[in-house]
Design a protein around this ligand. Structure first.
Ligand code: TMO
Length: 323
């Protein structure tokens, strides 16, 4: 057997490489990884945390804005590559469609579980004591109305792309409710802030994990529970309305996943390991959002600050192939 001679220089080079942390795996393509940027704080911070860590292992990264429904078709065609927050309540249908067709892959669940639904600050129960039962919305419609929606209750939803099922839910459950869309997360929670100051009734879209629950104690409205097989959405005969789908609330204890283009793991195998390893708990996501919405950092600063205060966790995500 021929044994290759190793020169002193080669040894020095080899040890220099070994001791330099996070030199990129040679297997990864040098193509830019496009990470999706949505329109709420935790997602923007997690996208930038992922981007910074991917750069740390030598990848080129672009942060690219996309809306929460159209993003999946763009990941399916490989125009976008990574979504750090796939929320079950608002995105399961569009995400599953791409995964089932083999155009996207599920890169694993975060430890955090999620809920996204209609919500109110606790003092609204003094105005409408039947809450959190959804039937109270009709009993209190007048009290929860504004001139623009009267005699219907006003529901302040997020931007239109977030929760398209609400329109059908209102019909399926026969709710005397009119949707008003906030243009942004800032506008949504700006209204909560001013309503709470004056103890005015407000029903709005909210989600967890988020920074809001700690600042404004409140509850989600309890709609009929969604079934595990999601028949509520796929089978009109399921549920309290035998003729219509969407006669239920959004998932409780829903998943929060990372989603990638189907060829991500082939194109960037080492980067894919890192994506698989990244795992946020609910508290970690609360903190990421609060850095922006409570502490006032911009999203880039917040990502940097988040990485700094979670250095041990971040180090534990670095895959062997990057070392
Ligand atoms: C997708 N969102 C967390 C805003 O509900």
């Amino acid at each position: 057997m021929k044994i290759k001679n190793t020169t002193a220089l080669q040894l020095i080079l080899a040890s220099a490489l070994l001791s330099t942390p996070f030199v990129s795996s040679a297997e990864d393509s040098s193509d830019v990884i496009k990470v999706i940027d949505n329109n709420w704080s935790s997602q923007k911070v997690l996208a930038r945390v992922a981007g910074a860590l991917l750069e740390k292992i030598g990848r080129d990264v672009e942060i690219v804005p996309a809306d929460t429904q159209g993003q999946f078709a763009a990941m399916g065609t490989g125009d976008l590559h990574l979504q750090m927050e796939v929320w079950e309540g608002s995105m399961a249908a569009s995400f599953s469609k791409e995964v089932d067709a083999g155009r996207m892959a599920d890169a694993g669940s975060h430890t955090a579980t999620t809920r996204e639904d209609w919500w109110y600050p606790n003092y609204v129960e003094e105005i409408c004591p039947g809450l959190p039962d959804y039937k109270a919305l009709n009993d209190c419609a007048e009290k929860l109305s504004v001139p623009e929606t009267a005699p219907n209750a006003r529901y302040l939803a997020g931007p239109v792309d977030w929760h398209p099922e609400d329109v059908e839910r209102i019909k399926a459950l026969g709710l005397n409710v009119t949707i008003v869309n906030a243009g942004s997360a800032d506008a949504l929670f700006g209204e909560l802030k001013s309503a709470a100051k004056r103890k005015e009734p407000i029903i709005l879209f909210n989600w967890a994990p988020n920074w809001v629950g700690a600042a404004y104690p409140g509850k989600f409205i309890e709609f009929p529970r969604r079934d595990d097989e999601n028949k509520c959405v796929t089978d009109p005969s399921w549920g309290v309305n035998p003729d219509m789908a969407n006669d239920c609330g959004a998932a409780v204890g829903g998943y929060l996943k990372k989603g990638v283009w189907s060829d991500f793991s082939k194109t960037w195998p080492c980067a894919y390991k890192l994506v698989e390893n990244m795992d946020f708990t609910g508290e970690m996501i609360d903190a990421a959002a609060a850095l922006v919405d409570v502490d006032g950092l911009d999203h880039d600063e917040a990502a940097e600050a988040w990485i700094e205060s979670n250095q041990d966790i971040v180090d534990s995500w670095m895959p062997e192939c990057s070392k």
